[in-house]
Design a protein around this ligand. Structure first.
Ligand SMILES: C/C(=C\C(=O)SCCNC(=O)CCNC(=O)[C@H](O)C(C)(C)COP(=O)(O)OP(=O)(O)OC[C@H]1O[C@@H](n2cnc3c(N)ncnc32)[C@H](O)[C@@H]1OP(=O)(O)O)C(=O)O
Length: 284
């Protein structure tokens, strides 16, 4: 992709999307619960009707069934519908913060109400960044169960200037080695109905967006960390937040790290010898 010298961004036009709403519904089936557990090698391989499902499984729910002809070059729905038409080519999931008011369960009829909460322009070390904040409310059977802030970032085309490498991550008090690998990335993209090509199309990820390999999904790293927090404490967190600090690639061996902090657990992913990729906080 030819990197434009500069991209004109009409932030007032993009801010006109603030307040735009979208509502979608779904039902948590036994099939999804089974596949989600299998994808992450979790115990309880066949959750039954009425059983609680893992935190963050809702990223798989109520995804927009946009016709394939309605996808843009990056595999996401063409911008300018619910999400504003940000003219920067490279989208990433930057982070999020969630409060859980209760458990989602197999069989729940789920409604997600999403609203564009903010659109901001920043200058990062890697160039211009346009953040779109989406506020989601997830209800099941009429009760509010999840309040979520989702941060999406759009970046300029790669110009080869990645900047100074961040320092290596420390090791946690608890460490769980992981291997991403393409089958896991594929399964996560498929279960979330997310066709973003940086996660499965290696020529696109490397030659067009300029990454060294396939990019490990941010929400998947968050889900792995949230599952790890649940495993360490024995109960799922009430508050969970996460922020992507540097990309993680499918070619990396990486680990989940955790340590106690004053509010609960600090968690992070990092490739062996590499910087923090996804930093998270869990509290109960
Ligand atoms: C699914 C899916 C997509 C994905 O899953 S993509 C993979 C997951 N995401 C990532 O791997 C993101 C990793 N993070 C980065 O690559 C960099 O942090 C990023 C976002 C490119 C920004 O790096 P910069 O070095 O250019 O930025 P600075 O650190 O200089 O910060 C500039 C200002 O931006 C704010 N900021 C930075 N990162 C974040 C963040 N993650 N969340 C919120 N805000 C962020 C930072 O605070 C600075 O703000 P000031 O107000 O202080 O200026 C899919 O698409 O569906």
């Amino acid at each position: 992709m030819a990197a434009p010298d500069s991209v004109a961004i009409d932030i007032d036009h993009l801010k006109a999307w603030i307040g735009r709403e979208d509502t979608a519904t779904d039902v948590i089936g036994e099939d999804l619960a089974r596949k989600y557990h299998a994808m992450f090698d979790m115990p309880n391989a066949s959750p039954r009707h009425g059983e609680a499902v893992p935190r963050l499984i809702h990223f798989c729910l109520a995804q927009a069934a946009i016709p394939t002809s309605g996808l843009g070059v990056d595999g996401h729905p063409t911008r300018g519908g619910f999400l504003p038409p940000v003219p920067l080519p490279r989208r990433m999931w930057a982070g999020g913060a969630l409060t859980f008011h209760g458990d989602l369960k197999v069989g729940d009829a789920v409604k997600r109400i999403s609203r564009i909460a903010d659109v901001t322009l920043k200058e990062g070390r890697t160039g211009p960044l346009c953040f779109v904040t989406v506020a989601h409310r997830v209800e099941a059977n009429g009760a509010l169960l999840i309040e979520e802030r989702q941060d999406i970032v759009y970046r300029a085309a790669d110009t080869g200037g990645a900047g100074k490498a961040p320092p290596p991550a420390e090791s946690g008090s608890f460490v769980k080695p992981m291997a991403a690998g393409t089958p896991l990335l594929f399964r996560y993209s498929a279960l979330t109905f997310n066709a973003h090509r940086i996660h499965y199309d290696r020529p696109y990820a490397t030659e067009v967006e300029g990454y060294p390999a396939l990019v490990v999904q941010g929400p998947m790293q968050a889900a792995l960390l949230c599952n790890y927090a649940t495993e360490l404490r024995g109960v799922p967190p009430v508050h969970f937040s996460f922020r992507g600090l540097s990309p993680l690639f499918d070619t990396d061996a990486f680990a989940l790290h955790a340590k106690a902090d004053k509010d609960g657990l600090a968690l992070w992913t990092a490739r062996d010898g590499g910087p923090v990729s996804m930093a998270a906080e869990a509290s109960w």
